[in-house]
Design a protein around this ligand. Structure first.
Ligand SMILES: [Mn+2]
Length: 414
């Protein structure tokens, strides 16, 4: 390994730009998108070709396709696991999402008749700075209690659910992190289980929904996107995926139809007119906070629930925690004042997940590094909990938005 680095100053140039005679990049941008993300490098070091020097005025530093570690991060190598029968594995006090058993392979999901598989997708760099990637770890560290007195349903008792681990990501490249997340979502969905993906920043919505469309068909998957932002931005400094662009990628690249997409909670300074015109041109539906302020939450919420029921056969919910007001969710990368309250959100998410054939759910943009008091984590955990409760209600034949336990509806004297 050392020999190939020392064989030529040009080789070093490709790895460490400061060691080169190349002038600083004009735009300051460093992109790493040249190599296809599915490529597995040839590990034979003795066949490493001489590397092309970068043009002296190049602003882009390409990937080294000959690096034997080019794709090593994509492995979920289970070859070292002890032999065992397929199925979920109880891991006792080891931290998992909601204290669930783990599963390692699709065979585990099938053998265990798993209905819900949680996975982490710890992508950081779609926001542009560190924090969102810690979301899965922080949620695994939350207390394990589930359910609440509204329904008296403990979804963990009603559903077979597992923690499927984290998707492998390249923490230096959002672009290269998309294919392995998409493959893992597809792997879960192909068994019939519901992937619940904990981010990570919102770039992962692209991989999540594309993976579901791979399995269920692009005409057949609808998306409810809860967010302060519309996340359908066009190219940013040449980048086509970040936490501001997953919706644009899904629709422009044909993974999903615009008419099957509903946005809820938009507010603040972005987008401007062209963004709204783009949504209209693509037949998307959107419900801004301005509409909610005018018509009242209850009316808009009922309309969204009705629209979801009229949509395609399968539904994915993409929940950006910043749809809630920063008073409740300061632990996020791009907070915008004037958002929804937890009580508005919990009821609606439970209703959506109980009334629809939910085949995927993601919760994104948690940043526990800026979450004093764990307020954001408490609310985030509850959002997931409410969706799981909704899915359990549907399984039990109790699925409707207004379901309450007879014990909690009132004191029985009315
Ligand atoms: Mn978002």
């Amino acid at each position: 390994m050392t020999s190939r680095f020392s064989s030529s100053a040009l080789l070093l140039c490709g790895l460490l730009v400061t060691a080169c005679e190349v002038p600083p990049p004009e735009s300051g941008e460093v992109a790493a998108t040249d190599a296809p993300a599915d490529t597995v490098a040839d590990a034979a070091a003795d066949t490493v070709p001489e590397r092309e020097p970068l043009p002296p005025d190049s602003a882009i530093i390409r990937l080294d396709a000959s690096d034997p570690n080019l794709a090593v991060w994509q492995d979920r190598d289970i070859s070292g696991d002890p032999p065992r029968e397929p199925g979920p594995i109880e891991v006792g006090s080891v931290l998992t999402f909601f204290g669930l058993p783990i599963a390692r392979t699709p065979e585990d999901l099938v053998a265990g008749e798993v209905e819900v598989a949680f996975m982490g997708a710890p992508v950081d760099m779609g926001v542009g700075y560190r924090g969102a990637g810690e979301g899965p770890t922080a949620l695994r560290a939350m207390r394990r209690s589930v359910g609440s007195m509204e329904t008296m349903i403990s979804w963990r008792s009603e559903l077979t659910a597992v923690d499927y681990g984290n998707a492998p990501i390249d923490n230096l490249s959002v672009e290269r992190s998309m294919p392995p997340i998409r493959r893992m979502v597809r792997e879960i969905a192909e068994t019939g289980a519901i992937p619940v993906i904990i981010g990570g920043d919102h770039s992962i919505e692209f991989a999540n929904v594309a993976g579901l469309a791979d399995v269920y068909g692009k005409e057949n998957v609808g998306v409810i996107h809860f967010d302060a932002h519309y996340d359908a931005g066009d190219a940013r400094h040449g980048h086509l995926i970040s936490h501001a662009q997953p919706v644009r990628r899904l629709i422009d690249d044909g993974h999903i139809l615009g008419r099957n997409f509903i946005q809820v909670g938009l507010r603040g300074s972005w987008p401007g007119p062209s963004g709204f015109e783009w949504m209209r041109a693509n037949d998307m539906r959107y419900h801004t906070m301005a509409e909610i302020d005018r018509d009242g939450w209850t009316n808009v919420m009922r309309e969204v629930l009705d629209q979801a029921n009229e949509g395609p056969e399968y539904l994915h919910i993409s929940f950006d925690i910043d749809v809630m007001d920063p008073a409740y969710t300061s632990g996020t990368g791009t907070p915008v004042p004037g958002g929804l309250t937890p009580r508005e959100v919990f009821y609606m998410v439970r209703g959506l997940c109980s009334e629809n054939n939910v085949v995927g759910f993601d919760l994104v943009e948690l940043n526990p590094l800026v979450d004093p008091g764990y307020t954001t984590m408490l609310n985030a955990k509850k959002v997931v909990d409410e969706c799981m409760t909704g899915i359990a209600l549907r399984k039990l034949g109790l699925g409707n938005r207004d379901y309450l336990s007879p014990l909690t509806r009132d004191d029985g004297r009315r």
